[in-house]
Structure formats: structure tokens, C-alpha cells
Design a protein around this ligand. Structure first.
Ligand SMILES: Nc1ncnc2c1ncn2[C@@H]1O[C@H](COP(=O)(O)OP(=O)(O)OP(=O)(O)O)[C@@H](O)[C@H]1O
Length: 534
């Protein structure tokens, strides 16, 4: 958290001055009250009236200051929240596609929703509250010291003890907070999973499974939150217990000094307030410290540096060929293929067939750099692919997966991904993906909203949007993994024909349904396990 707040030194110093001003006015009212005690004893009614009016004016100003402070604090916190989100974005974007696939979107969701909220509530807000308390403490010490150093010394000794001891209670709170954070991730993951599958459960009449799964995770979460609150409560209780003893000692000293006339009677009123100010500040600081210990795990996550990976070269434009040489791959102990030798010439059109589970998708994932633990070689223009940054593969290759992802926005945005294209380029992509005719049936055409994950489009239309997206972004190597499996035959043929015709595109087309007569249109068709045509 410290390193994070350093970036907001300027904002924090303004907050500091706002709080300082507020506290000076509060202190002013305490000193006036102390003076009023003297006036009461002297029976000076006029003085009492003037002092009361002064206190009233001070409080009117103070209420204005409190309001403007709240508004300003909200603005600063919004700025910090935004920066924390940017940190998380950076972490997300620095992950390779392979790492992203290993993670779970529910877990990432929990970072953005739960961890940020906890970091704000337990960390940032408490940090500014702590600044407030430190100012109160310092002002209290200065004025109390000026009134009577013995009183100050006694207060510091007794309440300082509370602060030092509070440190011992913070570690337990931090540990429990770490557990809560982990369980939040698990809970978000489970809820996301169940919401994603709720339709399937309803089709098969397993609504109770939805209930059970969420209930189970929710119970675990609530149990851990309860343990956390209990641990924090215990720590606070111990701190307050020690503080009560400290207060008793302080009161005895104050009453004793007054009774023995070591300090004048009027100081009894104001001095009591000041002792309370110092004592309460130390008590609150102790509690804030424990609460901020609970925020640490969240900041550690938000501040986690993007995983440093060895910086590799960008893949240069592939001009000649892609080759798999003696390629073998296994998922753990399960071999998928061994000593595979395949060549793909740039601009060539290749079909990849083979029975289900023969490794077609796995082969594409290796080509795209998503799986790197293979033996043998993947060569781009004769150079080992391992020397290149796998992220740069995507600047030349577009992958049309079996399950197309669409953003909840218009068809246009899903194709262009927000970039600007000429009208003609867009039309060409629409025609070559066989989407052009479909658009006529949508009243809003390209500006039709596709719904959540493209729910308002048919399976075939979704895949055609993905093909148009790949074509317009002019990736030279198009890797289509049964991308047309959900299309009707006529449209599937249209896309296949268009892709086979496009001169500049190197096509790797994985299919279950390649007909014998169509195989001639391909440069080569590889059957995983055996070679079908040359
Ligand atoms: N992440 C994974 N972990 C473990 N095994 C996997 C994983 N992904 C795939 N497999 C297994 O590897 C084998 C090859 O899978 P792959 O998806 O490459 O086959 P495919 O030829 O594309 O299949 P289909 O035609 O059914 O899509 C299968 O037996 C599959 O169960």
C-alpha cells in the first residue's frame, strides 16, 4: 500500500492540510471551552456569551469544511480506484494467452470487484483516517505539553503501551484477511460457472444443483468472513481492554493533580479533553493499524508486478513456409501425436482432418504459441519458433475457434473491434464471410446489438462475424478450427470458397466434413495419423 500511496503524494498533502485546518479549529474550540470553565468560576456572563458564540461560529465553519473534505476525499479515492483498476488491467494484459487460459475468469472478476472494494474500504479510507488521527495526536501532544508536561508524560506512557501492543494483534487479522480474499475468488468463480450453466441445469431439471453449489460456496465464504470479523473483533477488544486500564491511570493522575492543586481547576476540563484527544487518537490509530493489516493482502495482489517474462524477438513476416519437424506432444502422460512432419507454404490452402481427439486443435494451439512444451521443432522460414515472442504470432495469424466469443455490442463493433475501416474494406469482409446477405434481414444492419455473448445471433452467424473480423484485420495466416461447423452447407461453402480464393491468405482449415471432391481445391490435406493427398 505504501508504494501505491507514494504516487498520490500531492493529493494526500492537500488532504493533510484540510485535516490540519479542521483539527486546528477543533483544538480552538477545546481551548475556548477550557477558558469558559475559568469564566464560569469567575461568574463572567458576558465572557461566557462571547465564547459560546465563538464556538458556534467555529462549528459552522467546521461543518462546511467537513462537507468539502468529504467531496474532495471521494474524488481522490475515485482517482486511486481508477489507478488500481489500471494496475489490474496491466496485469491481465501482460499475461500470455497460455497463462490466461490457465487462469479462471471468475478469479479475475473477483480482483476487480471484491479486492478493489476491500482495498478501498480497509486500506485507503483507513489511511486517510490515520492521517487525521496523527494530526489530532500531534496537536494534542503539543498543547497538553504546553499546559503541563507531567500530564503529557503520563498520557504518552499509558497510551503508547496500547499502540505498541496492537502490532502483535495485526498478524492474525492479516492471515484471516488473506483467506477471505482467496475464498472470494473461489466464490465468484463458482457463481460465474453456475450462472453460465443455469440454462443447462433448467433443461434437465437440476435447479437444485444450482442452489446447492452456490449455497455451499456461500456458506464457506460467510464462515471465513465470520472468522475474520471475530479475529478483528478480538484484536480490537484486547486493544480496548488495555486502553481502559490506561484511561484509569490517566484519570487518577488528572484528578490527583487537580485535588493536590498541582494544576488549576479549569485545566481539569480542557486538560481532560486533551488527554482524551491524545488517548483516543492512539487508540484509533491502533485499531486502524490492525484494520490496515487486513488490507495488505489485497494491495499485494493489486500491486503484484506484471509477471516478467523473458523478452523475445518479434516474429518477422513469414515469407516462405511454416514447418513442423518431428513434432511430438503429450498432455501430462497422454501422448497426442509423435514425430509429426508437416509443411505449410505461405499463400497455400491446407485442410487438416482426422478423427475426433487426433490432435487437430492441439496442433493449431502449438502453431499459435499457446502450447510450448512440445518436442521436435516448429520452424518459421527455417528459424526455430522458440526464439520468438509467442504474443507476436497473433499479429500475423488469426484464430477462429470452435466457440466464437462476441462482445455485447453491435455486429460492426464485433468485426472492427473499434478500429476505423473504409466502407469498401468492410463490404469486402462481409461478402467474403457470407454475412452480407444476412444483414439485410436485420432492420439495424451492422448496428444490430448481438446480445450477451452473441445470444441474438445464430451459431452460424456468430462464426461468420468471427470470419469477417479475421478478414478485415488482414491477418495473413488464417487458422480456422471447424469455424464453419455451425454453418448451413450453402454458407459454409461460400466461406470456404472465398477463403480458398483469397490469394494472400495462408489457410489452415480444420474440418471433420471435407468432401473428397473438395480436397482437390486445397494445396494439401493432412490427415493426422496418415497423409491423404499431396
Ligand atoms: N488441456 C488438455 N488437457 C488434457 N488433455 C487434453 C487437453 N486438451 C485436449 N486434450 C486431449 O488431447 C487429445 C487431442 O485433443 P484435440 O482437441 O487436439 O483433438 P481434435 O482432433 O481437435 O478433436 P475434435 O475433432 O473432437 O475437436 C484429446 O484426447 C483430448 O482429450
Amino acid at each position: 500500500m505504501k508504494s501505491f500511496m507514494k504516487h498520490y503524494k500531492f493529493e494526500s498533502s492537500i488532504i493533510f492540510f484540510e485535516l490540519l485546518f479542521q483539527n486546528l479549529l477543533l483544538l480552538g474550540s477545546t481551548l475556548i471551552t477550557m477558558y469558559m470553565a475559568k469564566l464560569v468560576m469567575e461568574g463572567d456572563l458576558r465572557g461566557i456569551l462571547i465564547c459560546s458564540a465563538g464556538i458556534m461560529i467555529l462549528y459552522l465553519i467546521l461543518h462546511l469544511l467537513f462537507w468539502s473534505y468529504d467531496v474532495h476525499l471521494t474524488k481522490v479515492i475515485a482517482k486511486i480506484n481508477q489507478a488500481m483498476r489500471e494496475n489490474l488491467n496491466h496485469q491481465m494484459l501482460s499475461k500470455s494467452v497460455e497463462q490466461l487460459k490457465k487462469g479462471d475468469s471468475g478469479e479475475y472478476l473477483s480482483w476487480y470487484i471484491n479486492d478493489l472494494k476491500e482495498a478501498e474500504e480497509k486500506g485507503i479510507r483507513n489511511f486517510y483516517d490515520a492521517i487525521d488521527e496523527i494530526i489530532k495526536l500531534v496537536l494534542g501532544i503539543i498543547v497538553l505539553g504546553a499546559i503541563n508536561w507531567r500530564l503529557l508524560l503520563c498520557t504518552l506512557i499509558t497510551t503508547g503501551m496500547v499502540y505498541v501492543l496492537s502490532h502483535r494483534f495485526g498478524n492474525d487479522v492479516k492471515q484471516e484477511s488473506e483467506k477471505v480474499s482467496a475464498i472470494w475468488e473461489k466464490f465468484t468463480k463458482a457463481v460465474k460457472e453456475q450462472i453460465g450453466g443455469v440454462r443447462v441445469l433448467k433443461y434437465f431439471g437440476y435447479q437444485d444443483r444450482f442452489q446447492r453449489q452456490i449455497e455451499g460456496e456461500s456458506k464457506e465464504l460467510e464462515k471465513q468472513r465470520y472468522i475474520y470479523v471475530k479475529t478483528q473483533g478480538k484484536a480490537t477488544l484486547k486493544i480496548r481492554g488495555i486502553n481502559s486500564v490506561a484511561s484509569f491511570v490517566n484519570n487518577m493522575v488528572l484528578f490527583g493533580m487537580c485535588a493536590l492543586r498541582v494544576i488549576p481547576a479549569e485545566i481539569f476540563f480542557g486538560g481532560g479533553n486533551l488527554i482524551n484527544q491524545v488517548k483516543n487518537s492512539i487508540l484509533t490509530l491502533s485499531e486502524l493499524r490492525v484494520a490496515m493489516d487486513g488490507a495488505r493482502p489485497y494491495f499485494e495482489k493489486i500491486n503484484r508486478m506484471a509477471e516478467e517474462t523473458e523478452k523475445k524477438k518479434e516474429l518477422p513476416m513469414i515469407n516462405n513456409e511454416i514447418e513442423f519437424r518431428n513434432l511430438s506432444f503429450a498432455y501430462s502422460e497422454k501422448p497426442v501425436f509423435e514425430n509429426l512432419n508437416l509443411k505449410f507454404k505461405v499463400g497455400g490452402k491446407y485442410g487438416i482432418i482426422g478423427k475426433s481427439g487426433s490432435g487437430k486443435t492441439t496442433l493449431l494451439k502449438i502453431l499459435l504459441g499457446q502450447l510450448t512444451s512440445y518436442s521436435g521443432e516448429l520452424l518459421f522460414d527455417g528459424v526455430d519458433a522458440a526464439v520468438y515472442d509467442t504474443e507476436s504470432f497473433y499479429r500475423q495469424m488469426a484464430y477462429i475457434e470452435q466457440n466464437v466469443f462476441l462482445f455485447h455490442t453491435t455486429i460492426r463493433e464485433n468485426i472492427t473491434l473499434g478500429a476505423e475501416f473504409q466502407k469498401e474494406e468492410l463490404e469486402e469482409a462481409l461478402r467474403n464471410s457470407a454475412l452480407y446477405e444476412d444483414l439485410k434481414s436485420f432492420p439495424q444492419g451492422l448496428d444490430t446489438d448481438v446480445g450477451e455473448n452473441g445470444d441474438c445471433l445464430s451459431g452460424g452467424q456468430k462464426q461468420r462475424v468471427a470470419v469477417a473480423r479475421a478478414l478485415i484485420h488482414k491477418r495473413n495466416i488464417l487458422v480456422v478450427d471447424e469455424g464453419t461447423s455451425a454453418l448451413d452447407k450453402i454458407n459454409a461453402k461460400k466461406i470456404e470458397t472465398a477463403l480458398l480464393k483469397s490469394k494472400d491468405v495462408t489457410l489452415l482449415f480444420v474440418s471433420h466434413h471435407l468432401e473428397e471432391k473438395d480436397m482437390q481445391k486445397y494445396t494439401n490435406v493432412y490427415c493426422l495419423g496418415e497423409k491423404v493427398a499431396q
